[in-house]
Ligand binder design. Structure first.
Ligand code: SF4
Ligand code: FES
Length: 201
């Protein structure tokens, strides 16, 4: 059965290897900007498009992402930085899917369908990418009370990912600078949800 939202889980936990670097690169203009259709700018047109999703022909509004359209059709794709109602950012890379004719996998939370597109969410290549992203994130999460039952755990369990094979990187100390709030920075995956809702600005 489709579960678009993990039940009763805390927010994700740990940093995404490579994410910070790619964000810095974007900010510095070091990474070439891709066309809007590849980047996640929501198309203004709600025109219906017909494309193939896991071998099935699907007609969907052109302004719904691949991930949202998959949800609409009962196809589950892992996601951590995506949250309904929030601008998609493509930070965690757990939602990667394969698009026929494209050399690299695409983050389904910030790609929009076009007519004739052929999208596969569960090919060996897409699944491997989704799982490795989750495993990398897991490898940096300390096993403590405040990281258990997170969304990361939810997806790890769902995709049968056990103990990560990768060594943990050294983690930042907790931020106790605020009198009313403590932040376990070692549990942050840099999904940037908190920044996108501006609660940490
Ligand atoms: S970026 Fe913000 S919301 Fe995401 S894991 Fe870190 S503290 Fe939590
Ligand atoms: S959910 Fe798509 S990149 Fe994070």
């Amino acid at each position: 059965m489709l579960e678009t939202k993990p039940p009763s889980v805390t927010h994700p936990a740990t940093r995404t290897p490579g994410t910070l670097k790619s964000l810095e690169g974007r900010a510095d203009g070091l990474i070439p900007t891709s066309p809007a259709s590849l980047r996640g700018t929501r198309p203004s047109s709600t025109t219906m498009v017909t494309f193939t999703l896991n071998g099935q022909s699907v007609t969907a509004p052109g302004d719904r992402t691949l991930l949202e359209t998959a949800d609409d059709h009962g196809i589950e794709i892992p996601r951590l930085c995506y949250m309904e109602g929030m601008r998609p950012d493509g930070n965690c890379r757990t939602c990667m899917v394969e698009i026929k004719g494209e050399r690299v996998l695409a983050p389904s939370c910030c790609r929009y369908p076009t007519n004739g597109m052929e999208v596969t969410t569960n090919s060996a290549r897409a699944l491997t990418s989704q799982k490795v992203s989750i495993e990398l994130l897991l490898s940096d999460v300390p096993e403590t009370a405040y990281t258990r039952n997170s969304e990361l755990d939810f997806w790890a369990k769902k995709l049968s990912i056990g103990k990560p094979r990768f060594r943990s990187r050294s983690q930042p100390a907790e931020d106790l600078s605020h009198p009313a709030m403590a932040v376990h920075l070692d549990a942050c995956i840099q999904c940037k949800r908190c920044v996108r809702v501006r609660c940490r600005c």
